[in-house]
Write a protein that binds this ligand. Sequence first.
Ligand code: ADP
Ligand code: ADP
Ligand code: MG
Length: 647
Amino acid sequence: MFNSILIANRGEIACRVMHTAQSMGVRCIAVYSEVDRNALHVAMSDIAVPIGGKAARESYLQADRIVSAALANGAEAIHPGYGFLSENPEFAEAVEAAGLTFIGPPAEALHVMGKKDAAKRLMSQAGVPVVPGYHGSEQDPDCLYQEAKRLGFPVLIKAVAGGGGRGLRKVEAPEDFIDALKSSKNEAIAAFGVGDVIIEKLIQKPRHIELQIFGDDEQVVHLFERDCSLQRRHQKVIEEAPAPDMPSEVRKAMSDAAVQAAQAIKYKGAGTVEFIADASKRLRPDGFWFMEMNTRLQVEHPVTEEITGIDLVEWQLRVAAGEKLPLSQADIGIYGHAIEARLYAENPETGFLPATGKIRRLSFPSEARSDSGLQNGDTVSSWYDPMIAKIICHGATRKIARERLKQALTQTQVYGCVTNLGFLAALVDHQDFITGNVHTGLIEENLDGLVVKTTPAPETVAWAAMVALGIQENSNKAGFTLWKGLEQTVQLQHADDFFSVSVEFEGRDQVRLNINGHQVFAERLAGIWRLNDKTAPDAVRHDSEVYVASQYGVIFSVIDPLAQATDLVANEGILTAPMPGQIQEICVTIGQAATKGQRLAILGAMKMEHSLLAAHDGRIAEIYVTVGQQVELGDSLIDLKAEEASA
Ligand code: ADP
Ligand code: ADP
Ligand code: MG
C-alpha cells in the first residue's frame, strides 16, 4: 500500500477519500485554493499545499502545480476524486510521467470514454447495446439533420465531450433541429472547447440505470446497479441501489453488458457504465442501451457501498497499488436497499437558483450516513459546486430505507443558508417514488407539487419572534417579572411575507403572541418552551437572521428597529428609543465629542442589551434620560449635534 497520496480535489469527495485512506494508514496531502484555506479537507489532511486562486482553473485544474505538490511532499499516487481533472487523460498521463500512480483507470480508457462518439462506436463493436443514433464524425448541419430525420423525431443532440448534462438538447420537431444544434454546439464549445455532437433517438419515459464496475489486471466484476432516474435538468437528485422493480434477467443482461464494456477496454479501477432503459413498460432484457461510461468514482457511489458493504475507495487504493480485487463476483451480494439525496445550497422557490451563505450549524442525524465537505463557519460560495452534503440511508427493504431517509431529512439542520431540503422531502414522499415508478421526467412533470412555497406556521413565526427577543437564553434570569405585562412588537420577514408579531408576557414562563391575527400561547414546562402545546424546535439568532429548524428550515430576517433608529439619528441628530425599555447605561456626558459608531447608551429591552451608537461624528448637546429610567418607543434620549466642518 502507498505511504502517502495526494488528493487533487476539494469538498466532500476529498474528505471521503481521506477518510478511507487515513483509516488504512495512508498519509494524505490536500491541495487547496485561496477560498479553501479553512476548509474541512484541509483540516483533515496530514499535509496541505496551496495551489492558487479561487477559480478552479487557477487552482484545482492546475495540473502542473498539483503534480509538483505531490512530488515535493513525497506522495506516491494522486487520487483525482470526481469532477475537475478526474477524467482528463492528459492529467493521468502527466501523473504517470512524473513517476506517480494515477488512482484511476489507464489514460487510454479516459481517452476513449471521454468522447461519446468514440465510446459508442467501440461499445457497438463490443456487442453492447447502444442507443440508436448517429455517432459519426460528420458535423455538417444538413447531414446531421438528415440523420435525425432517419432516426425519427424526437431526438437528442449530445456534445461528444459532454458531461453533467451540458450541451444536451431535446428536439421534438424537425423545424427546431437547426436552432437546437447551434445552441448545443455553442454550449459545448464554451464548456468543453469542442463543439462536435452526436444524435440519439430520444427514449420516451426512460430510466437511468447504471452499473458500478471494478477491474484489476485479471478480472472485471460488477457491484450491481444504481437507479439515478430522479433528475432535474439531467442532473441527478436522488439515487438508489438496487433499482426498484428490477427483474433478475434484466439485472443479468445489464451487468453482463457492463462487464463486457469494461473488458473491451481492459478497464482497471472503479468505473460506471450508464444505461438508459425504456420504462414505458416493465424493464426487459432488450430494453436498455449503453449511454456512457464514467471513468471515475461517481458522486452516488455511497449507495453501492451501503448495499454491498464494500468500501470503493479502499478498492481503488488497493488496485492502484497493484493488489488484486479483494473479492470475486460470486462473493459480492446485495444486502438491503440504500437511497441517497443530494442536499444543495439552492432555492427551489426561485427556480433552483444557487444560494450562498455562512453555515452557522450543520447537523445530520447520526442514524444516516452523511458525506459532506463543510463544517460550521464555512461559507458556501459561488466558486464551486453548491452541494452541501449527501444524505444516505440504508434499510433491509426499500420501504425502510425510504422511511429512514424521510426521517433523516426532517432532522437535518443547516443554519445560515437556503437549501433544497424541503424539495427533497417532497420528492421522497411522492407517490410515484414510493411505489418505485421512477423515470427521468418525474421531477419536471411534478414540479408544481414538489416545489411548495413554505408558509411558516404561526408557531414557527411565534418561536422566531421569541428567539429574536433573546428569550431562549435570557428568560431564566431573575428579575424577569419586572417586565410583566409589557407588550412588544417584532417584525419578521420570510421571503415576501411580513409578520408583525405582538409578544405579551404574562409571567416568566408564559407568553401570549399574536401573528397577523393568529394566537399562539407559549409556555415553558419542565424547562422547555412549548407553543400551543407543541415542543419548540431548535432555533438560533445570528445577527439579523433567525433560523428555525422546523418545516425543513425557515429563515427569517428580523427587521431591526435599531437600524431604523440609527437612520433617525442620522437625519435629526436626536437619538430616540428604538423600542420600549430601560436605560441601563449612559456612556457619554454633555459637551463630550463623539465619533461615528461610538456607543452612547445601552438600552435594556426584553432582557436584551442594545447598544445605541452614534450615527455620525459630533458633540453631545443634551441628555434627556437617566440611568434606570423607563422609556417608550420614540422617546428622545440624547441629542448629538454634528460638528461644523472644521477648516
Ligand atoms: P454524470 O456525469 O453521469 O452526470 P454525476 O452526477 O456523478 O454523473 O456527476 C455530474 C458531473 O458533475 C460529473 O462530471 C461530476 O464529475 C461533476 N460533479 C458532480 N458533483 C460535483 C461536485 N460536488 N463537485 C465537483 N464536481 C461535481
Ligand atoms: P452527461 O454526460 O451529460 O451525463 P448522458 O449521456 O449521461 O450525458 O445523459 C444525461 C441524462 O440525459 C441521462 O441520465 C438521461 O436522463 C438523459 N438522456 C440521455 N440520453 C437519452 C436518450 N437517448 N433518451 C432520453 N433521455 C436521455
Ligand atoms: Mg451521464
